[in-house]
Design a protein around this ligand. Sequence first.
Ligand code: NAD
Ligand code: UDP
Length: 349
Amino acid sequence: MEQKSILVTGGAGYIGSHTVLQLLLGGYRAVIVDNLDNSSQIAVERVQKLAGEYGPNLSFHQIDLRDKPALEQLFVTTKFEAVIHFAGLKAVGESVQKPLMYYDNNLIGTIVLLEVMAAHGCKKLVFSSSATVYGWPKEVPCTEEFPLSATNPYGRTKLFIEEICRDIYQSDSEWKIILLRYFNPVGAHPSGDIGEDPRGIPNNLMPFVQQVAVGRRPALTVFGTDYSTADGTGVRDYIHVVDLADGHISALNKLSDPSVGCEVYNLGTGKGTSVLEMVAAFEKASGKKIPLVLAGRRPGDAEVVYASTDKAAHELTWKAKYGIDEMCRDQWNWASKNPYGYESPDSTA
Ligand code: NAD
Ligand code: UDP
C-alpha cells in the first residue's frame, strides 16, 4: 500500500514534534513546514532518529506559512492526504501586547494554508484549537457544545479560525475538518530526547516548574491561592503530550469517515489537578524541592477547567492513557537530560 503523506505545519514545535513521531511510527510520511520561530531543527533531527527505520519518511522545510509561493511549491511536488495545522504563536501575554502580530501570524498563516490546500484539492484538515475557547466555564466538565468566548487576542485567533473552518465547510462540503480543543499538554516523550523548550520566560506552569527544578529560576510563583478549590489554587486538565499526539492519529483516521464534516473534539483526560497537586507530583518524580512564592491571581485566568472526554472516546475511539505521575516522570526525564532544552547553556540568555 502506498504511504500517505501528511503535511504538518509547526511540526518542529512541542506538540508537533511528538505528533510527527507517532505519524512516522504509524507508517505515514510526514512533511514538516516550520519557520523555526519558536523551535529548533534539532527537534526534527531527534524525531528522525527516534523513528528508526521510519526516519527517512520525514522531511523538513523551513518555510513561513504566510509565504504562499513557497507553500504552493510544496503542494505542486507532493500530494498530501491531509494537513495537521499546529503552526501559530501561542503566548497569551505577548498576544495582549502585540495583537496585530498574533492576528497576522495565526490568521493570515491559516488563510494562506487553506487557500493553497483548496487550490490543490487537499481538503482534509486537523486544527489545533484550545480549551481557551471555553473562557471561564460556568460549569465543568466542558462539553464541546459549551458557549465559546475569548479573553485575549491569542484565544480570539483560535475562535476565529474555528469559525473560518465552519464557514469553508458550509461553502464546500468536500472539506473534512477536525478541530481539536487541547486542554493542558505537559510531559515529554519517554526517551527524554524531545520535549517542550519555550523561548524566554515560560508562561505555562510545567515549563516553569521544570526550569526551577534544574536551577534556571529560583522559585515558582503560584498565581492565586484564594480560588474556591480544595487547596485554593487553580485547577486544570493536564494531558500527556504523547496521549495528545495519539489523539491526532485518531483524528486523521476519522477524516476517512464519510460522515465527517466539520467536527470538534476535546482532547483532555477529564480529570482536574490543582497547581499545588501538580507541584507535589513533580517534586515526587524529580526528588527536587520547588520553592514557591504565593501571589495574586493572574488576570484572565479561569478557576477550574477540565474536559468532558465522552465525545472523543465514542467518536474517535481515543482516550488518554497517562496520569500526572507519568507526565511528571517524563517531564523530569526530558528536563534533566536537556536542562537548557535543545540549546547549550552558553547560547541562551
Ligand atoms: P510551539 O510554539 O512549540 O509550536 C508551534 C510551531 O509553529 C513552532 O515550531 C513555530 O516555530 C511554528 N510557527 C509559528 N508560526 C509559524 C508560521 N507563520 N509559519 C511556520 N511555522 C510557524 O507550540 P505548541 O505548544 O507545540 O502548540 C502547537 C499548537 O497547539 C499551537 O497552534 C498552539 O496554539 C496550540 N495549543 C497549544 C497548547 C499548549 O499549551 N502547548 C494548548 C492549546 C493549543
Ligand atoms: N500557574 C501558576 N504559575 C505559573 C504559571 C501558571 O500558578 O508560573 C497556574 C495558572 O494560574 C493556572 C495553572 O497554573 O491555574 C495552569 O496555567 P497554564 O498557564 O499552564 O495554563 P492555562 O491557564 O492556560 O490553562
